[in-house]
Design a binder for this molecule. Structure first.
Ligand SMILES: [Zn+2]
Length: 311
């Protein structure tokens, strides 16, 4: 039943695009993007399940479609390419005019028609948060682990490295809406040594460095909650503000803040925290972490904490 509406809407979208094309063909750059819908979607070397998996992608990421073949589309992921099955993404047709603003508005309207309820909610949250009081603050977000280092493995076999990257992407959006300048130590599933993550923070003169992690104690599956770690005494207040912000927005179990000798904090010259944002060995908490709404709550909490800290 749910499927009926998008078909109607896509028809109206196509109509708008065709009218635009007739009147201003030479002004348009036409591009298609894949909006990923499947969790841990395999990206393969060719258009079929017989091809090797090169990496995985996750919602709500978007990738440019380079080529299509049957039920498969070839996408561009940073510096590599691969094929994904059409059942697990939706196509966003982007029409970029070279100048008229009117066309951009039409494009925005048609994209809105295609968004899910969850995304509409998140737009609202972003609007509420659009006060811009982190303006000019440079935040380096470090999605823990990546590549051959998958980190902890969740109750449903999800990797910590993927959860941290997804969280970082949502957090980037929300902090940017507050006016912060946000830099990610990695934007894809890639191995990065701890020393490089720290030098990245120093190089970008971060006002704050946040290393994101998820915890796991498979032998105690009932354990859940959020921990915030700091190293330097000067960062205790930062830890208190950010931790309190996250707890107030997520209502997660409060495991408190703690001073710990962790390499990404000890060798960091910038104000820095390591956040253990939940236990993926706990089924309930892992389910929360898989939801964008929950990641937005975490991110909103961090934004509030940072606002209090910078005030
Ligand atoms: Zn970790």
């Amino acid at each position: 039943m749910k499927g009926c509406y998008p078909i109607v809407k896509k028809v109206s979208f196509v109509t708008i695009v065709s009218i635009v094309l007739i009147f201003s063909m030479s002004l348009l750059i036409y591009a298609k993007e894949a909006q990923i819908e499947g969790e841990n979607l395999n990206v393969r070397t060719g258009p079929g399940t017989e091809y090797d998996v090169v990496t995985q992608v996750n919602p709500p990421e978007n990738y440019s479609i380079l080529e299509e073949s049957g039920d498969w589309a070839k996408i561009q992921i940073t510096d590599e390419e691969g094929w994904i099955h059409k059942d697990y993404f939706s196509v966003i047709e982007e029409v970029t005019p070279t100048e008229p603003e009117e066309l951009e508005q039409k494009e925005a309207i048609s994209e809105q028609e295609d968004v899910t309820t969850e995304e509409t909610q998140s737009d609202k949250t972003e609007e509420i948060n659009q006060s811009g009081n982190l303006t000019g603050k440079r935040v380096v977000i470090d999605p823990g682990h990546g590549g051959r280092d998958v980190g902890a493995i969740g109750e449903s076999n999800g990797y910590e490295s993927r959860y941290t990257l997804r969280t970082a992407n949502v957090m980037k959006e929300i902090l940017e809406n507050q006016g912060a300048e946000v830099f990610l130590t990695r934007t894809r599933d890639q191995y990065i040594p701890l020393t490089s993550r720290v030098s990245f923070a120093n190089l970008h003169r971060a006002d704050v460095f946040l290393s994101l992690h998820y915890n796991s104690t498979p032998e105690f599956p009932d354990v859940q909650g959020i921990d915030t770690f700091y190293y330097s005494d000067r960062d205790q207040q930062l830890a208190e503000y950010v931790h309190q912000g996250i707890i107030s927005q997520t209502e997660a179990n409060n495991r408190g803040i703690d001073q710990q000798d962790l390499q990404v904090l000890r060798t960091n010259h910038r104000p820095s925290l390591l956040l253990e944002l939940g236990f993926i060995s706990n089924q309930t908490e892992e389910t929360h972490i898989q939801s964008r709404v929950y990641l937005e709550a975490i991110s909103r909490g961090i934004a509030r904490g940072l606002q209090a800290y910078f005030r």
